[in-house]
Ligand binder design. Structure first.
Ligand code: PLP
Length: 411
């Protein structure tokens, strides 16, 4: 048997199997089992004319065979993660970055390199993505629309349609096939951070670019930052050109950890999703909870509005950690109006239906009964400690008033 094919995943295999084997198909031929981590920043060049030609190719966003030449051009460990993620998203290629925001930035710059600086976007988006678009920090102009208004907002200079579904933080869902049809020739970028390719593969619906904050579910343990865009090879070349010239690289150790994360992604997402479904049902039946949003496609996140003070609920939790970010092994809860979506202004929050009573819970791999016990105690504590006048409590906005600073949001 050819050892090269020993562990090569193929379309015959299920998603779970490909998640374990993708990016590792040459390991048997290399005579190793764990993925090698290449930390080189530079590489010995024995063929100088060949290296010069390869450098031209790298500058054009290509991936020539042979030496990586320099750590900013490509890295073998990171490439394994890119190939694996591309395969799981059903795309030709993927390009990894230092963070999710670096991936968003490169995507916007890629559109701008075609002279297309106008973006059409649907709220809500992750707060810093919204902020990056609204602030014009990258020289882009954004038109915010509802999901039905995309086609009407397109202009000749529109370079990107940007959406999240399920969206951060409300978990609002969008019809991707309809959005792709409305976008027409304009690339549709879908931030798939919350769904992961386990639950949704946007390219199957016509999305040209599929973005992840890899910091979340792909890494899965709260200990690695990264971003990645899965797309066609043509778009990948432009993204690589931008990465080459701007330097927002994924570190090789992060590439290793993200590839390792992919192997357990289906198991983690399905387990957390089952627990989250149960907890969402229990929350919906609880008198201390006014509204629950749990996506129709499932997932580990729950958005819910409490009757009392959300700060008191969070403060009374003992097992669930109050923290931004999501998608790890342990459960995290946060108050979007104070944290992830604080950087956007009141009208943007109102448009995205990000109310003062909203909490976002990322369910981890703990047992659902332990998580529910923690939540039930916290909800009861907030009901006891809360105002005697429920109408006054409801009307009160516990969100601390903002200072005039540019950016402050975590993930
Ligand atoms: C949906 C979504 N997209 C993008 C980002 C940005 O990713 P990062 O924090 O890795 O830069 C986040 C971070 O929370 C996110 O939730």
């Amino acid at each position: 048997m050819d050892p090269r094919n020993h562990s090569a995943p193929t379309a015959r295999h299920t998603f779970e199997t490909r998640a374990v084997h993708a990016g590792r198909d040459d390991l048997a031929a290399l005579g190793t089992h764990a993925v090698p981590i290449d930390l080189s920043t530079t590489y010995p060049l024995t063929d100088l004319p060949g290296a010069a030609l390869a450098l031209d190719a790298y500058a054009e966003g290509e991936l020539p065979s042979g030496s990586p030449i320099y750590g900013r051009l490509t890295n073998p460990t990171v490439r394994r993660f890119e190939e694996a993620l591309a395969e799981l998203e059903g795309c030709e290629a993927a390009v990894a970055f230092a963070s999710g925001m670096a991936a968003v930035t490169a995507s916007l710059l890629a559109a701008a390199t075609r002279g297309k600086r106008h973006v059409v976007a649907v709220r809500p988006l992750y707060g810093t993505t919204d902020h990056l678009l609204t602030s014009g920090l990258l020289g882009t102009e954004v038109t915010w629309v509802t999901s039905g208004g995309v086609a009407a907002a397109l202009r000749p200079e529109t370079g990107l349609v940007m959406v999240e579904t399920p969206a951060n933080p409300t978990l609002a869902e969008l019809d991707l096939a309809d959005l792709a049809a409305q976008a027409g020739d304009v690339p549709l970028l879908v931030d798939n951070t919350f769904a992961t390719p386990v639950l949704q593969r946007p390219a199957e619906f016509g999305a040209r670019m599929v973005l992840h904050s890899a910091t979340k579910f792909l890494g899965g343990h709260g200990d690695v930052m990264g971003g990645v865009v899965a797309c066609d090879e043509e778009s990948a070349r432009v993204l690589r050109q931008i990465r080459f010239a701007t330097g927002a690289l994924l570190h090789p150790l992060a590439g290793y950890m993200l590839l390792r994360g992919l192997a357990t992604l289906p198991v983690r997402v399905m387990k957390a999703s089952t627990s989250a479904g149960t907890i969402a049902t229990r929350l919906a039946a609880h008198p201390g909870v006014e509204r629950v949003h749990y996506p129709s496609i499932g997932g580990a996140l729950i958005a819910f509005e409490v009757a009392g003070d959300p700060m008191e609920v969070v403060a009374a939790l003992r097992l669930i950690t109050p923290a931004v970010s999501l998608g790890g092994t342990d459960s995290l809860i946060q108050h979007p109006a104070s944290l992830t979506h604080r950087v956007i202004d009141d009208s943007a929050r109102a448009e995205g239906e990000i109310g003062p009573k909203l909490l976002r819970l990322s369910v981890g791999l703990e047992h659902e009964d332990d998580l529910w016990a923690d939540l039930a105690v916290a909800l009861a504590a907030s009901a006891e400690g809360g105002s005697d006048d429920p109408e006054a409590a409801r009307a009160a906005d516990p969100t601390p008033k903002p200072r005039q600073v540019l950016a402050r949001a975590g993930g």
